[in-house]
Design a protein around this ligand. Structure first.
Ligand code: SF4
Length: 385
């Protein structure tokens, strides 16, 4: 939201409009590939004055193909892959009792916050890339090779709920992977400018092999989705004998889980950087002991991202959460473990640790942003529709 952009302590959120770059790519010889994040599909109808539509993701896929995209993939597939890999990373850390608590790293605003304000915890961040970057790496490094394409000929566009994802794609360790990030608002501008009535076009599935996702992967769009998916993987692979959840305060949930092998897990699921700051102080002082922490910087998670339509208040976020739950509910695959394309990928392309490097990264402490370093931009004027 505009408030967040003005006050984001990490300055990961800034307004930009990059549609012109997309139009240039579409009129070039590039192979244009798109990928759509879970949170985008449950909010874009607000911009287009449409009722909630559980087939919106597939309508977006059709619209993008009509606009000249060669392939359209689902970021929720990347989320399944990330959850699967992150669960394995966590179980290894838990077994060895090292680099705990493990922090999720799907939210670039949170990652930057840790790098700037808690450098001693940088190694606690999961090294698994975010779904945007993990799927982007697969497309540029594995898919391109299999299809006989030169990665330099691919122009990869991701549709995301926030501007922090633009910052993430531009981080030096992710250079050359995602070429352009467009927000939900930018996608809605593109749809309006096309004159196409998206409600009247037929929904068509995402392209294979990165078009299938489980309930877990799609749940990444809201708070608790990453942790819930990691738990799903542990449930399928180790077994769970006991689970307890408790709300500590608005935006902070605590979980205690006992695995069938006897290991116990304490977890915190947090949204909002103000909440994260409170909990981090306690973790840092040793007052609060946890093994795994999910943090999403935006209220209610990505459904409340800074690139989502206005108003972006708690009523709208709850409405998006409801649509996401309904969309998740019609998925037949429950857990990332059931995603056969993810399993095929592990068998064929990610079978050893060396191969899996492409979906991992590392973080390092970075300079804090002081207030005099931040340029507060004026809020964009609301468009009249
Ligand atoms: Fe972006 Fe917010 Fe999601 Fe973080 S929680 S990835 S800032 S939308």
């Amino acid at each position: 939201c505009g408030q967040c952009v003005a006050h984001c302590p990490t300055a990961a959120l800034t307004f930009r409009n990059d549609l012109e770059k997309l139009y240039q790519a579409l009129s070039s010889d590039k192979i244009v590939i798109g990928m759509v994040a879970p949170a985008v599909r449950v909010a874009i109808q607000e911009e287009l004055s449409l009722e909630s539509d559980l087939a919106m993701a597939e309508r977006i896929a059709t619209f993008l193909r009509m606009s000249g995209f060669n392939k359209v993939f689902d970021v929720a597939f990347g989320a399944d892959l990330v959850a699967y890999e992150e669960a394995h990373e966590f179980y290894k850390r838990l077994s060895r009792q090292e680099k705990l608590p493990q922090f999720t790293s799907c939210c670039p605003a949170w990652v930057k916050y840790v790098e700037q304000y808690y450098p001693k915890f940088v190694e606690n961040l999961s090294t698994v890339k975010s779904p945007q970057q993990a799927l982007g790496s697969l497309i540029k490094k594995i898919y391109a090779k299999k299809m006989g394409l030169n990665p330099q000929d691919i122009f990869l566009v991701s549709f995301m709920p926030c501007t922090a994802k633009k910052f993430e794609a531009e981080r030096e360790e992710h250079a050359g992977v995602v070429d352009l990030v467009l927000t939900t608002k930018e996608l809605s501008q593109m749809i309006k400018a096309s004159g196409i009535n998206i409600k009247q076009i037929s929904p068509e599935p995402f392209d294979r092999p990165f078009g299938i996702s489980s309930q877990g992967g799609l749940s990444f769009g809201k708070t608790g989705g990453v942790f819930g998916s990691v738990v799903s993987v542990l449930r399928d692979e180790i077994g769970i004998s006991r689970e307890e959840y408790d709300n500590l305060l608005e935006g902070v949930k605590i979980a205690k889980i006992t695995l069938k092998d006897g290991k116990s897990i304490r977890a915190a699921v947090i949204f909002g950087l103000a909440n994260a700051r409170k909990i981090m102080k306690k973790i840092s002082s040793g007052e609060f002991n946890v093994d795994i922490v999910e943090v999403m910087a935006c209220n209610y998670g990505c459904i409340g991202g800074g690139g989502q339509p206005y108003p972006n208040d708690s009523r709208m976020r709850q409405k998006r959460a409801h649509i996401l739950r309904e969309t998740v509910g019609i998925k037949t695959l429950l857990s990332p473990v059931e995603n056969f394309y993810v399993q095929k990928l592990y068998q064929e392309d990610l079978s050893d640790e060396h191969a899996r490097h492409i979906i991992h990264t590392n973080y390092k402490p970075r300079k804090r942003v002081e207030f005099q370093d931040i340029e507060i931009l004026p809020l964009p004027k609301e468009e009249k529709t």
